[in-house]
Design a protein around this ligand. Structure first.
Ligand SMILES: Cc1cc2nc3c(=O)[nH]c(=O)nc-3n(C[C@H](O)[C@H](O)[C@H](O)COP(=O)(O)OP(=O)(O)OC[C@H]3O[C@@H](n4cnc5c(N)ncnc54)[C@H](O)[C@@H]3O)c2cc1C
Length: 435
């Protein structure tokens, strides 16, 4: 038997983290991806003329202008800008996102209760300890109880009282003047960050990962499922499902940490214990293609109503006309689920049926126009920032770091990050791999 191939850097996983990292390295690098295509959570479904971002709608933005410029420039001519047009579906009305910036769109009693709770808030000076308490302090009882808490309970599939405050830095806090104006009907835009975003013209969001892949000098191999990882004799030994062995000086894992620990027999026990306490949500997305185009201008519609299965709808045509055949339209419905919650256990057919029923109920789709439908599942969708998140994630990362293994990416580092931060961290890691 020939000796196993030996290269400088092995990268496990061909999502944006792994591929962007490879684009910054030399030719002595392998990216090993188990699926038949690269992309991971940035991956695309392209079937029957319909294109969807499989894990959920993706937009290209970043607070880091250098990273954003890089992401846009790798796409060359295949990129355009779009404007966010998000709404909240509340009691049959479409309210502009964020909710507190369009209170006049509510029924007068709801508007009154929201603005009263905001202005006369007995909890305004509290020190919040969890997401629910933060909401009461920031928005008051009306907005919290009608929208913020029900919506967050749905998307996190967890009680907002058990969600920590790590997450709140991402939530825009409205100036009082804006909320007041919104209640009496003076338009304000509110949350300007991400108002304009970039998106690939063709190929869905995955086109960005493919564009980075074109810049990689090393090998990107698909259909290469990593079955085991160990460190011995100064090298990382990586074995495929088909029992092919590779040796690397440096190993970077972008695999979900729970999956990495399952194939890494000698992983530190401390990492296993801490990772076992990290909570994540899975996703079931239903994609639907229709042979009519109602001309919805929305990018996404949030649905806080607990009677409706999905928490968000999105409309791929608003991201690029190339996502649907001419004259057609499409919708994606996202559902947060967890193994054992009864929803994850439903068959794909049952999920699709319930989504179509709900879409008809709230008036978004005429079932007879549906020509394409499918459910897709992602075991790892959202890391949940519960109250012990910071403690456990730090223990896990520190324990892995001491072994010399590098973790990179959303579920490897177990961090609620978007693709821009994956790219940013890949750029920072690349030079360290040649030291
Ligand atoms: C609903 C939703 C909406 C989002 N919206 C946005 C957005 O608007 N903008 C944005 O920038 N980001 C968004 N994101 C975040 C973005 O998708 C992620 O940050 C990014 O895709 C993570 O990339 P990654 O490479 O770190 O991980 P992943 O994409 O998870 O890549 C890991 C790869 O490892 C592979 N793998 C797993 N096990 C093995 C194995 N044993 N052997 C080999 N390969 C393996 C997987 O197949 C996968 O390709 C969103 C995410 C979700 C879920």
């Amino acid at each position: 038997m020939p000796p196993p191939a030996h290269r400088r850097v092995g990268i496990l996983g061909g999502g944006i983290s792994g591929v962007a990292l490879a684009s910054q390295l030399g030719d002595d690098v392998d990216v090993l991806e188990k699926r038949s295509r690269i992309g991971g959570l940035c991956g695309t479904i392209s079937e029957n003329g319909f294109t969807f971002d499989a894990a959920g709608p993706h937009i290209m933005f970043s607070k880091n202008k250098d990273v954003l410029n890089l992401m846009v420039s790798v796409l060359g001519d295949n990129v355009h800008q779009r404007r966010r047009e998000n709404k909240i579906f509340f009691k049959g009305r479409l309210v502009k996102y964020p909710f507190e910036n369009d209170l006049a769109a509510l029924a007068p009693e709801d508007n009154f209760e929201c603005i009263l709770g905001y202005l006369k808030n007995p909890r305004a000076n509290d020190t919040p300890a969890n997401l629910a308490e933060w909401s009461y302090k920031t928005f008051g009882a009306g907005i919290s109880e009608k929208y913020f808490i029900p919506y967050n309970r749905k998307i996190w599939n967890h009680d907002p009282e058990k969600i920590g405050l790590e997450f709140v830095s991402r939530i825009p806090k409205p100036p009082l003047e804006d909320v007041l104006k919104s209640s009496i009907g003076i338009p304000t835009e509110g949350y300007l960050h991400q108002l304009n975003f970039y998106y690939p013209i063709e190929g869905g969001f995955e086109a960005m990962v493919r564009a980075f892949a074109e810049r990689a000098k090393g090998r990107i191999e698909t259909g290469w499922e990593v079955a085991s990882v160990r460190f011995a004799d100064e090298h990382w030994h990586v074995m495929s499902k088909g029992a092919e062995e590779r040796l690397y000086d440096e190993l970077v894992s972008t695999l979900p940490i729970h999956d990495l620990l399952a194939i890494w027999e000698e992983a530190p026990q401390e990492a296993r214990t801490a990772a076992g306490r990290l909570r994540y949500n899975s996703l079931i997305n239903v994609v639907i293609g229709c042979n009519v185009d109602p001309g919805y201008p929305y990018t996404a519609v949030y649905v806080p109503d607990s009677e409706i299965l999905f928490h968000r709808l999105s409309f791929p045509k608003a991201f690029s006309e190339h996502c649907v055949p001419p004259g057609y339209s499409s919708i994606m419905a996202e559902i947060t689920a967890n193994e054992g919650d009864g929803i994850w256990e439903l068959s794909d057919e049952e999920i699709v049926r319930r989504v179509v029923d709900d879409l008809e109920k709230i008036g978004f789709v005429e079932p007879s126009s549906i020509v394409y439908r499918r459910a897709v599942r992602f075991k790892y969708g959202y890391p949940v920032y519960d109250l012990d998140y910071r403690k456990n994630v730090t223990l896990m990362r520190d324990a892995v770091e001491r072994t010399g293994m590098h973790l990179l990416g959303r579920f490897a580092q177990f961090d609620y990050i978007n693709s821009d931060v994956c790219v940013e961290r890949a750029l920072a890691l690349a030079p360290r791999l040649y030291q």
